[in-house]
Write a protein that binds this ligand. Structure first.
Ligand code: BGC
Length: 261
């Protein structure tokens, strides 16, 4: 089974065709810059450009960096606020002419890790934390995702935790690895006191440099880097195409009418 997975991020929009049974990319990855301003129309047009590049006419699974329920966006902390309350699956479905499912980016990464990566076959409470522009979270309990946990917005030091410990903060303030690791550690210790997970998986682009900061962490929960690295969003997005049907129909999916002729 194949789907086009598209990862919509604050700086790049990445896509590839994914074998959703095996969890691999079956084409090269295409990365386009996120348009600025990152308005819904501009992003939908960029996603359509990715779909055209792959001459794609099948299901598309997209990730989005905000709360998404039933194809509708509810929050957009690091993107244009015009996304809020928008039927994103409908908009991108119209722009591409393909059936579109849309899910939170960290949830997509967490599901991909649960099925094919660092949490494959592992029972228990597993939290994937993505450290990027913001902080994303995916809670998987015995293989089943609890979506939209948004633990990046817990309060830490009187403010939004992602504004203290995200990877973008390390870059902006030019923190060294020790300084930043201690911020991440403080954050993970707060989260583990709340949920007592069995495992933390650290995702986001910085997980490629896990050896620089994971050994400095002191939290009690074991911490491992994501295995799918920068493919997790694309694979997880594509997996969302097969999400179970609920009473509202296919979860978050928009199926456009095809015009013949
Ligand atoms: C958003 C989350 C998202 C995370 C990572 C946060 O600011 O609220 O929905 O998963 O950033 O992109």
């Amino acid at each position: 089974m194949k789907a086009l997975g598209i990862d919509i991020g604050g700086t790049g929009i990445k896509g590839a065709v994914v074998d959703t049974k095996k969890g691999h990319l079956i084409t090269d990855r295409l990365r386009l810059l996120t348009p600025e301003p990152a308005t819904p129309e501009a992003i939908a047009a960029t996603v359509a450009q990715v779909a055209r590049h792959f001459e794609w006419d099948g299901p598309i699974g997209c990730t989005f960096p905000g709360v998404v329920k039933g194809g509708q966006v509810h929050t957009a902390a690091n993107l244009d606020k015009a996304w809020i309350d928008l039927d994103a699956a409908g908009l991108i479905g119209q722009a591409t002419g393909c059936p579109v499912t849309i899910v939170n980016d960290a949830d997509a990464a967490g599901e991909a890790e649960a099925r094919f990566g660092a949490a494959r076959g592992k029972p228990g409470v597993i939290l994937t934390i993505t450290l990027g522009t913001g902080i994303g979270s995916a809670l998987v309990v015995d293989g089943r995702l609890v979506p939209n946990t948004e633990l990046g917005h817990l309060t830490l030091r009187g403010g939004d935790a992602e504004q203290w410990a995200a990877n973008s903060v390390r870059e902006r303030l030019e923190l060294d690895w020790d300084e930043w690791a201690s911020r991440v550690d403080e954050y993970l210790r707060m989260v583990e006191d709340l949920l007592w997970p069995d495992l933390f998986i650290i995702g986001g682009g910085v997980s490629k440099k896990a050896d620089r900061f994971l050994p400095k962490l002191t939290c009690r929960t074991p911490v491992v880097p994501a295995e799918l690295l920068n493919q997790a969003g694309i694979v997880g997005g594509a997996l969302a195409v097969h999400r179970h049907k609920d009473k509202h129909g296919t979860e978050g999916q928009h199926v456009p009418h095809k015009h013949k002729g």
